[in-house]
Design a protein around this ligand. Structure first.
Ligand code: PRP
Ligand code: ZN
Ligand code: MG
Length: 226
């Protein structure tokens, strides 16, 4: 990414729960893109805008390090990355431009359905599998519960059956994944939806003008589908 470029770079998730709606929102705002499956970068044909398609987990860091200008990312991924960066003394600043009307999900504690569970205190000195160790530990700390992590970047839902953990802390949207794995949702620890964020350093005048044009269009698109 050429930082001196006058083209605005927007990072979106390449494949996953936010991808289709992220591209759909930008297209509804009038940006034309021709997307080639294999390409990381897609140029808009009618605006000085480039799309960078990456793993969602990479988006907060790209924004906080000022590598890209804008990002569309889930609040869950954003807050986890922010907590991790604060803990490890990396830049963690960003501007929040808009909460978006898609990507709704929640981060929840779930336990095997045959387990007797009377509340979060039951997890004291237990092990919890999660992809979100910082969000989980900050919740446990507020509840005064001490439990350890089993950090997995995927397949969290199989951890209890595999004997790796007593419970999970994972994203839930329809609940189908928990259900299919014999788990029951118990405590919601974080609610999430997609967010539009910007890097902390001010944008060049050219880029700022594009953002000033984009934001009212996003508001219009979201208002129309309310
Ligand atoms: C999350 C989560 C579950 C699933 C839950 O994964 O880890 O696997 O979604 O959704 P459901 O309640 O509708 O079944 P995600 O799709 O974000 O992908 P990942 O696990 O690869 O990060
Ligand atoms: Zn991810
Ligand atoms: Mg999953």
């Amino acid at each position: 990414v050429d930082k001196s470029s006058s083209r605005l770079t927007i990072a979106i998730q390449k494949s996953g729960r936010l991808s289709k709606e992220s591209i759909g929102l930008l297209q509804a705002c009038g940006f034309k893109f021709s997307l080639h499956e294999a390409r990381l970068l897609a140029h808009s044909s009618n605006q000085p805008v480039d799309l960078l398609r990456v793993r969602d987990d990479d988006i907060p860091g790209l924004i906080m390090d000022g590598v890209v200008d804008l990002g569309l990312v889930g609040e869950n991924v954003l807050e986890e990355a922010r907590l991790e960066r604060v803990a490890t003394n990396l830049p963690s600043e960003f501007e929040r431009l808009r909460a978006l009307d898609f990507g709704q999900c929640r981060l929840s504690i779930a336990v095997p359905k045959e387990d007797d569970y009377n509340g979060i205190a039951d997890l004291n000195s237990k092990r919890i599998a999660t992809t979100y160790p910082y969000l989980l530990q900050s919740y446990l700390q507020r509840q005064g519960v001490k439990a350890s992590n089993a950090v997995l970047t995927g397949s969290v839902e199989v951890a209890p059956r595999a004997g790796l953990a007593d419970a999970v802390c994972d994203l839930v949207s329809t609940g189908a994944t928990l259900e299919a794995n014999g788990l029951v949702e118990k405590d919601i620890i974080f609610r999430s939806q997609a967010q539009l964020i910007q890097r902390p350093e001010p944008l060049s005048a050219v880029k700022q003008a594009i953002v000033d044009q984009l934001l009212p269009r996003i508001d219009g698109v979201q208002m129309a589908r309310e």
